[in-house]
Design a protein. Sequence first.
Length: 300
Amino acid sequence: MSAEINQKNDDTMPVYLFDADGRQGNRLAKFRELYHYRFLLRNLISRDLKARYKNSIFGVLWSLLNPLAMMLVFTLLFSVMGNDATRQYAIFVLVGLIPWNFFSGSMISGTNSVTSNSSLVKKVYFPRELLPVSSILANLVNFMIAFVVLVIFLFAFKIGLTVHALWVPAILITQIIFTMGLVLLLGGLNVLYRDVMMILEVVILAWFFLTPVFYSLELFGETATLFGITFDPAQVMRWINPMASIIDGYRTVLWGTYGSAGPVSMNPAFLFRTFATAVAVFLLGYFVFSRLDHQFGERL
């Protein structure tokens, strides 16, 4: 929302007043404003990528070296432990690591995006949503680069890309929406409570081990009993942990399952349930962020 006031002085310069209170105005006007600042978004993404690899010897190659190094570590570790039941374990791990790195990197940088740009927030008006969005899109660039390497490995291990890989864009969109919701929620709260960032680092580490990145949910068996209640542990994990469903989705369409010899199709109902959860998280995150963003200049 802006209004132009002509100043009757020697310079006769227009002054623009912006209402930074995100609670005012309809949502359509807000989306138009975000589109109007699309060039700023592009510059923020470019700046994030340049800052990340500044004075780095390998530069953007770290997007490839990180998951490859982790893949090597887990492959060697589980080979020593006798994990022979998993076919092509290196690909099994890599398919899980690349989307997980995208998620964890987006969560850390996105949550800290507003506070790390405090000088910009206090001096210039722009839609504050652009800061967490630019962090996620910068990490998306790294994901796409790493995904190219994953495709090369898929062909090197004679798996290749099948028609089931057409599910990948839908899974990726679901992951982006889910991550965006969490980043908006935590990024807004982090401005008010700096403990959020400290807690998040611990949560991300625990979340990694609770997500089937280097193991399969099928290892838990078909049933388990806790406090006298019998349940399917794999199914419960997918219900309470959307990232488990998302990682499992990538693995199903690119690597396969324990019962298959290669990639298989996803269950549309399974993906739709995860997508619905992602949308709900996004709406919650956007609601909280839009209610708090008018306080950012004062709190930073």
